[in-house]
Design a protein around this ligand. Structure first.
Ligand SMILES: *Cc1c(COP(=O)(O)O)cnc(C)c1O
Length: 470
């Protein structure tokens, strides 16, 4: 029998073909070619398998998206059925398809009541481009066209298109390609650990949260309140390192947005659909956003889909006074993506995953993380629902960091992989965001692998003289 082209190669051949032809996102290609790409061939539940047959616990849910885990028949069924019925039609020209409209209606029931409309895109980056268009269009229609500035934060991640990368606060991304685009400015992040030697020194977490939120007010006054259109933030910064803000932070941000009348955009691409233990991160942190970005978990990553929830404040103006909104994507409301999204939301609801994260697995993970606090290279642990960070540090009592050139996060990540665990490194911060279907027993397995990786990292650091001897 002839083999399917996806099955016929040994790993080495995949690696050669890959090095010859595939440019990867966020990758140093020379380094990758020297090492050989890892080929993932199969997934089931919270596990994936590579082309060598090795099983790996995927504690990052792919890229924060495979929330219902791999191999869910309901989603596979939904995609297959829709592909047979109607694989594509658009939502332009006064047209829709049943999955697009049904998913929009369903999203309206799962979001805070002032959200009744959705604009679909193909990804989170596109949805954030849409947000800039929407925010600026809103202020045009309100007769304040000079309100163009969007305030974001250092170390934020909002995607990788020109506009989304500009909204983001990643210095390395801005350094390539002349970013940010005009009228996007950044304030500091509510990251107490990063500010431990600076403004956060000697402050309680809550006091620091207020200081960090007031950077927004300072920036508004600096730019001129009459020029500011919106503030955008992730409820919990994800790619920046799972930075859980102090409890005081978001309510103060909301107060400041209200005071100056500026739009609040909650980028819920990671925090949406139960990750924090509620359907939306804004519910966990107590804000009332005007626009809400989603992607990733909407389809559990099975097919690409993103979008923006548009609150009544903006939707009403856009619909009643806006005429034609000159914006849209070929795949806005793609029927297969929307059918899978709909099935995914049904599954999350049926399985009670959001409540489970809030009441069971989230607190259980937090409790297990606590046990890492006394590890010799762990400075802090933080979690919110099923997203968590472990901050590595050379000498926790003094907060002395590892030397940057030792790349301790990458060392730890290598030990994770070798040991059958996907954990991500953001600098010296190790992060996890496992599928929401993870069980307590699987959390135990995951945490055993995490501890093993930390122990091996410590041993390597001691052997190299990077960490104090025992
Ligand atoms: C991943 C991510 C995005 C970008 O989504 P893409 O689908 O990769 O374009 C935007 N915002 C946040 C918070 C993200 O984590």
């Amino acid at each position: 029998m002839e083999l399917h082209p996806f099955e016929q190669h040994p790993t080495r051949e995949w690696q050669e073909a890959d090095a010859a032809h595939l440019l990867h996102p966020f990758t140093d290609h020379q380094a990758l070619a020297a090492k050989g790409v890892r080929v993932i061939t199969r997934g089931e539940g919270v596990y994936v398998w590579d082309s060598e047959g090795k099983r790996i616990l995927d504690a990052m849910s792919g890229l924060w998206c495979v929330n219902v885990g791999y191999g869910q028949e309901a989603l596979i069924e939904a995609a297959t059925r829709q592909m047979r019925t109607l694989p594509y039609y658009n939502a332009f020209f006064q047209t829709t398809t049943p999955p697009a409209t049904a998913l929009a209606q369903r999203l309206a029931t799962l979001t805070p009541p002032h959200f009744r409309h959705v604009f679909f895109s193909g990804s989170g980056s596109e949805a954030n481009d849409t947000n800039i268009r929407l925010a600026r269009r809103y202020w045009d229609l309100m007769g304040e066209p000079q309100r163009k500035v969007i305030i974001s934060r250092v170390n934020a991640y909002h995607g990788s298109t020109m506009a989304a990368a500009s909204l983001g606060g990643m210095a390395a991304m801005h350094a390539q390609g002349g970013l940010p685009i005009p009228d996007i400015v950044h304030i500091g992040q509510p990251h107490a650990w990063a500010h431990r030697e600076g403004v956060a020194k000697g402050l309680s977490r809550d006091a620091f949260g207020l200081v960090a939120a007031r950077w927004l007010e300072e920036k508004i006054l600096e730019v001129g309140p009459e020029r500011v259109a919106a503030f955008i933030g992730e409820p919990v910064q994800g790619a920046g390192g799972v930075i859980v803000p102090p409890a005081t932070y978001w309510p103060e941000i909301q107060r400041i947005c209200d005071r100056y009348g500026i739009l609040l955009i909650s980028d819920e691409v990671i925090t949406g659909f139960g990750r924090t233990g509620r359907w939306w991160g804004c519910e966990t942190f107590g804000t009332r956003p005007d626009l809400m970005t989603f992607a990733k978990g909407i389809t559990s990553g099975y097919v690409p889909l993103g979008g923006t929830m548009v609150g009544e404040r903006v939707a009403k103006v856009l619909i009643e006074r806006g005429g034609e909104f000159e914006h849209g994507y070929t795949y806005s409301g793609h029927p297969v993506a929307c059918a899978v999204g709909f099935a995914n939301l049904e599954l999350i609801a049926q399985q009670g995953l959001v409540d489970c994260v809030r009441e069971d697995t989230g607190p259980y993970l937090a409790q297990k993380l606590e046990a890492l606090r006394d590890h010799p290279i762990v400075a802090e642990v933080q979690s919110c629902g099923l997203m968590a960070a472990v901050q590595l540090c050379r000498h926790p009592p003094t907060g002395e960091a590892f030397a940057v050139e030792h790349g301790i996060g990458l060392v730890c990540r290598r030990h994770c992989f070798d040991n059958g665990l996907v954990m991500r490194a953001v600098g010296d911060r190790m992060i996890v965001a496992p599928p929401l279907v993870i069980t307590r027993a699987q959390i135990d397995d995951m945490m055993a692998l995490v501890r093993e990786a930390l122990d091996r990292t410590l041993a390597e650091a001691r052997a190299a003289g990077w960490a104090p001897a025992a």
